[in-house]
Ligand binder design. Sequence first.
Ligand code: UDP
Length: 335
Amino acid sequence: MKNILVTGGAGYIGSHCVKRLTDDGYRVTVLDNLDIGHRAAVENASAGKAQFVQADLRDTELVTKALRDNAIEGVIHFAALAQVGESVQYPLRYYDNNTAGSVSLLRAMDAAGVKRIVFSSTCATYGEPASMPITEDMPQIPINPYGWSKLMTERALTDYANASEGFGFAALRYFNVAGSDPNGIIGEDHNPESHIIPVVLNCALGKVPKMKIFGDDYDTPDGTCIRDYIHVNDLVDAHVVVMNALNDGDQRFYNLGTGTGSTVMQIIEAGREVTGHAIPAEMGPRRPGDPPMLYADPSKIKNELGWQAKCTDIKQMVADAWTWFKNNPDGYRDK
Ligand code: UDP
């Protein structure tokens, strides 16, 4: 497989995938509506080598044309809205962008005869599992529209695959994605920013005077929430491995995490060590909807494809993210 379409390739994770694919010699076409993404991210990631199509996924005709014009053989589908709180406030945006957008993409793939897709799913499809670690066969009962919008896409993929000869897909359920490419020219640039590592680093930059820890009375070793952080370059590596492993008729579902968790306090400590800044933090109330701990059982992908995350050191992830933030305190400067 040589010609790949990356949807959402102007975003944080998508741009890292674009870099990896162009570095490996794939012919990459990026499709992004630039609502959230950054044109410069595509340029920086691919050194100008990726083809860029500004289009919305819901424009089935334009997407079909992009697939045909570029002789696309496989799609890696990142494009989505991904803020839990916003999804509760504006659920229709999420069903429209994420679910309807994915259905439109599938219709375009159907029209153009493209038979492979790797889809960005999320551990949010599990909701609040009864036990940890999370395995892929656990019940999927999301607790917010974001999780539902992704689970419904998993369902649409499955039903379409059942009805479509020669189609093969994988849905990758991400845990908490962290870090940046160590080259420091692509990274996380969200506005507003709510994720813990960027908040910590914005605090180190003095852009956030003081951060808040959302609860320290959880039943965890230091009382703060535990999450499973995976380095973005490990994450995109998994996409490339899975894409190349897909066969006709495959319907694969994998967790992408490291299998170990870090607490909010450990992230802040890592931020202090890596940046040398004090990072003032105050205790605040729990954030509604935050499960006390979430971490993956990552053994399925290891057993089936021999893949596992290389970076398990949270300090390394924070250090790589810091390289981007330090070099680009104002992000891509395009919005
Ligand atoms: N968190 C925090 N302060 C912040 C942002 C996040 O204490 O300013 C906590 C949050 O409550 C959760 C963890 O950090 O326990 C990871 O949150 P994030 O929003 O990064 O990812 P999520 O797990 O919600 O997808």
